[in-house]
Design a protein. Sequence first.
Length: 446
Amino acid sequence: MLRRIAGPALALILLSTSVPVASANAASGLSTLERDELTYSYRQLVNQYYEKVDTQRALNGARAQVLALLRHKGVKNPAIPQMHATNDLAADERDLTSVVNTAAAKYGSKAPSRLLTYAAISGMLTSTGDRYTTFLTPKEYAELNAGLDAQSFGGVGLSIGIDDKTKELKVESVIDGGPAQKMGLQSEDRIVTVNGIPTKGKSLDQDSKMLRGKPGTVVRLVVVRDGKTLAPISVTRAKIKPPSVTAKLLDGNIGYARLAVFGATTADELGAALQKLDAEGAKAYILDLRDNGGGYLNAAIDVSSKFIATGPIVSVAERTGSTREYDADDVAVAPKPLAVLVNKYTASASEITSGAIQDDGVGTIVGTKTFGKGVVQTIFPLPDGAAVKITTARYLTPNGHDINHIGIKPNLTVQENKEPRFGDPSRDAQLEAAINVLQQKIAENQ
């Protein structure tokens, strides 16, 4: 789970103003920018990590990674001075930059100073033994952001799958307001050809590439619905932003919403989905958090607030010993029977929402025990596009449960069936169990 602060343009806690943008590489050794990134990263680790940092271990970790890089680059027996931690943070920073600068000056022809800087930062972070405290290259940081806040692309606005029987492209869901919906495409439609090319036997990636293209261009589809071939449909591609929430009304007037991630827009998307499901006659809700690895802390609070009207959602315990409680935002939808689907890949922000709903008693947790990630990371971006991700706190459920390495035990344990199709009751044993729970609650309320 990542922390972020409110504001339209800020997705994560940003402290990059502490690192001045500096000149390009010097003739030898580290550039000013590289020195600043190195010392900034060390200072954030020492000051922000949720447990007391062994500074000697951190310096040793930095040196070890620099040596490993040099050996990988073909330097035999690289001579890199030892570092000695003190109680003076500034002195440690000077020692760190001096040693890495020495490596860059001596071996820069083999290993660029930027790579040596990255190696030192990575080494000091991994020295904590915390799998979540890591260095992110510019590419890795960009991919992380793209995963949480999906980037737009040219497409038709469909979520797709492969039909089990025909092996043709199948429409799983249609994005509201997208080109495909405007042209009348529906879930369960089979797309037989795309621009005359058969979809049978092709992979999802191949099908996706055929559907995507420059906004404004036209793609021609042959569609089969309920066993009948429709007249060819021409869809004009548009700019599409993949939703983090997909929803549909199941038989029995049960609203189903699946969350892929806890991104910046997830709570708003969920609110719109619940409103639509309610208008369609939903008598109960299923929130599917399976395989959801989490996202932003704010998003977890906002999503939980859709179902919990008042009271605590989560408590975040800082290194200082202080604990901050985050309460519901008083924006909950009208209460209906609720089930939450979880599995071993339900983690972090997903566990905050699951734990809050379970502790508050507003819903039934169905599935298998969750992953057990009860710590919070803050990302500190660096000027060159890289970033350091540091565990800065741990969190507790409203009833004070620490779920780190433990997970959340469902109210109703149901094992996943072989080759499940999430969202399809006939192929999804956990979903079927959740439906049964809700049908019973609906009957009790009548």
